[in-house]
Design a protein around this ligand. Sequence first.
Ligand code: FAD
Length: 380
Amino acid sequence: MAQRVVIIGGGVTGLSIAYHLARAGERDVVVLEREQIASGATGKSAGGIRLQFSEAVNIQLAQRSVPVFERFPEEFGAECDFRQYGYLILAATEDEEALFRQNVQLQRSLGVPVEILSPEEAGRMVPGLRTDDLRLATFCPKDGYADPYSVAMAFAAAARRLGVRILEGHAVTGIEVRDGRVVGVQTAQGPFAVDVVVDAAGAWAAEIGRMAGLSLPIEPYRRQVFVTEPFTELPERLPMVIDFYPHFYFRREGPGILFGMTDLAEPPSFNTNMDWTFLEKVVEQALRRVPPLARASVRRGWAGLYDTTPDSNPILGRVPGLEGFVVAAGFSGHGFMLSPAVGECLAELIVTGESKAVDLTPLSINRFLSGALRQEANII
Ligand SMILES: Cc1cc2nc3c(=O)[nH]c(=O)nc-3n(C[C@H](O)[C@H](O)[C@H](O)COP(=O)(O)OP(=O)(O)OC[C@H]3O[C@@H](n4cnc5c(N)ncnc54)[C@H](O)[C@@H]3O)c2cc1C
């Protein structure tokens, strides 16, 4: 049955869902974006793509997403600059070693070609990496990184070709609920009648939920990224390297090096100003792990927002007691890499009532009611 679907949020999640809905035959799909498409976390993302998760459902979503990035130009007629150079994740403590061995067992049981490397092997992969304090590293050659802005634009173009309307400068200001179901969405430009509303508003998803009388456990956290001037002392073909314990990561960004770190002490907020005093702490960590970076100079930086849940897993699917409301948010820092599968699965759920591609039950909002939370451990 044809439905009127309004997707709130024109980031990579909302645009992927729109594209997949149109591909599945939905003819009345509108994306409402308050600013411009990809102006939220999508345009600020580090673009990492990996199969190395600790939760099976995230691995399964990544396994359906990676092939889309691999064949991106064929499906979308556009480049996404996928550099499949792998992710190298470093374990320095006994606890990390135990966790990584457990993760690798799960990942391999699901068919992920992940390897355990000795510190020496990790050092050979990234000359300049300090490895004397490491216990092991894991490496998956299917992982890598791509350009989130290009991916979002390609989803948008493909969705438009299939008849989706993408309305920029349309902020949703209210949601109308009648007899336990959503019936309308308000914007300054006027109302939209709906059968289904998808909350794909990223860090603002809880605000959208509140408009419908819901309390979604999603909080915004600032994350900062820095890029150096051209730097030739590290190889051209560099994996994404994750120093797990300090939450520090780096990869190549053109001729320079992109790096970032999570400030675990920072409280939730919508602040996206750069805090240049934080750079000092990040540089300290960077030099501890990659001493040659002492000769690099930082050229620029930016900040964006993670949409974080208490167990670092996204919330995907319908909300019991509110018919027609679908959540696709709470990605906790991995929404870009999962966006192809999330679009596919949620479109299937909306059109057929069920996601068969990947069973989304573990990501249902019901988990917060039952208290059956399983933490995703591989979060940066
Ligand atoms: C610094 C940084 C690095 C990251 N690195 C990675 C990475 O390496 N790999 C990875 O997979 N992920 C990464 N992420 C996370 C990833 O970027 C996000 O999970 C992903 O972009 C989420 O996309 P989205 O479409 O769900 O949200 P967004 O891109 O945030 O889109 C939500 C949209 O909703 C709009 N909106 C909000 N309120 C309203 C309203 N009332 N009405 C209409 N529109 C509204 C916003 O304007 C926004 O455009 C990173 C994020 C940051 C900030």
